[in-house]
Design a protein around this ligand. Structure first.
Ligand SMILES: *Cc1c(COP(=O)(O)O)cnc(C)c1O
Length: 393
């Protein structure tokens, strides 16, 4: 059976060029980068090179890159690290209602420790208003954390504007930039944030590796204790194969970025236009233009997301409903609910996220396959055209 992978926001395949590099540091150059002997020095040198490549990719200095086990850990280190370094300078953190759970649940944990958390609302397209950030900042505010792009609906946030506002008030700024890496150019200096999280497996490197950008001078407390690794900020023997692979993935992403951005945008627009043409009352979630090139997210009233996924899977198409973390649970997406979409409609969401290897022919196959599935499922439900509007009144 034909297999079409359209769940790149959940994870990407490892690029062959990246896998070869990882394999070498598992089987041949397997030294511990803290060892003094030749194999150890070789691993340390490879890691230095990877750090330089990663830094170059995001417009940072190598010493500003802290390798972690992924973006969940990077988000935790950023938020807990700033909170626990704040002392009596303040205890208020501002974030948004549509963040990844790696941010939201970390903030929940801090709330239980006594920190005050403001979770800003978003508009119907999933955007945060920078002036709402300005209004929320007070003398106790120590951190603003707003994602660069949403992993479910693909909406890009005005992080540069938010960072300018927050930093003018002396507030540290963190962004979860996971979804943007490899889809759009990233320039952290231009963005003006102090901290940014990234994950390898969302950009054609293996799972279990990522990094946190920490601007020079940012006050951060380690959350993991042990050795002197990563400038005392993240103890634990470094994942050398993963880190070197991530360095290679950054070089690859940088080489290809213009092509990939254009390719994903063209596939995305073909898919959205085709769905709107072929499925009555389909509703596109998220912002039309301020959107990840590879993200398509739609609500299809009258259809359960899970049912659509199963039928697509039987036809060889791998998609998701909401994010990888909420699918499998029967909870409606917190992102769609925050955008004001009705509970029943939010259950009918379908996310198709594109990658560098997808083709126009694959998109056309989806456009042939999905409409009859929707028609059949709708025939079994009570839905009629024009029946339901997606938003709460
Ligand atoms: C995938 C993802 C994460 C978690 O990254 P891991 O490396 O899997 O821990 C965090 N934030 C966003 C926006 C993501 O898409």
């Amino acid at each position: 059976m034909r297999r079409i992978y359209l769940d790149h926001s959940a994870t990407t395949p490892v690029h062959p060029r990246v896998a070869v590099v990882a394999m070498n540091y598992m089987m041949n150059d397997y030294g511990n980068s803290s060892s003094v002997h030749a194999p150890g020095r070789k691993a340390a040198e490879a890691m230095d090179e990877a750090r330089a490549r990663v830094a170059e990719f995001v417009g940072a200095e190598p010493r500003e890159i802290i390798f972690t086990s992924g973006a969940t850990e990077a988000d935790n280190l950023a938020i807990l690290g700033v909170a626990h370094a704040a002392g009596d300078r303040g205890n208020h953190i501002i974030t948004t209602a549509v963040e990844h759970h790696a941010v939201l649940h970390t903030c929940d944990a801090l709330e239980k420790e006594g920190f005050r958390i403001t979770r800003l609302p978003v508009d119907a397209e999933g955007r945060v208003d920078p002036s709402a950030v300005e209004d929320a900042i007070d003398d106790d505010t120590i951190l603003v954390s707003v994602m660069l792009a949403n992993n479910e609906v693909g909406t890009l946030q005005p992080v540069a504007e938010i960072a300018e506002i927050a930093r003018a008030r002396g507030v540290t700024v963190h962004t979860d930039a996971v979804q943007v890496a490899g889809q759009l150019p990233v320039d952290l200096a231009e963005l003006g944030v102090d901290l940014a999280s990234f994950s390898g497996h969302k950009m054609y490197a293996p799972k279990g590796v990522g990094f946190l950008y920490v601007r020079r001078g940012t006050r951060l407390k380690a959350q993991m204790f042990g050795g002197h690794h990563e400038r005392w900020l993240r103890a634990g023997t470094e994942n050398v194969p993963g880190i070197v692979a991530l360095g290679e993935a950054c070089v690859l992403a940088q080489e290809e970025i213009d092509y990939v951005t254009a390719h994903l945008t063209s596939l995305r627009d073909r898919l959205i236009a085709g769905l709107e043409e072929r499925i009555p009352d389909v509703f596109v979630n998220g912002h039309r233009t301020e959107r990840l090139p590879g993200n398509v997210n739609v609500c299809i009233p009258g259809v359960e997301g899970e049912a659509m996924l199963l039928h697509l899977d039987m036809k060889g198409i791998a998609a998701s409903s909401g994010s990888a973390c909420t699918s499998g649970s029967l909870e409606a997406s917190h992102v769609l609910l925050a955008m004001g979409i009705k509970h029943e409609i939010a259950h009918g969401s379908l996310r198709l996220t594109l990658g560098r290897d997808n083709t126009a022919a694959e998109i056309d196959y989806v456009l042939e396959t999905l409409p009859p599935i929707v028609e059949n499922l709708r025939a079994m439900s009570a839905w009629k055209p024009g029946d339901e509007m997606p938003f709460e009144d």
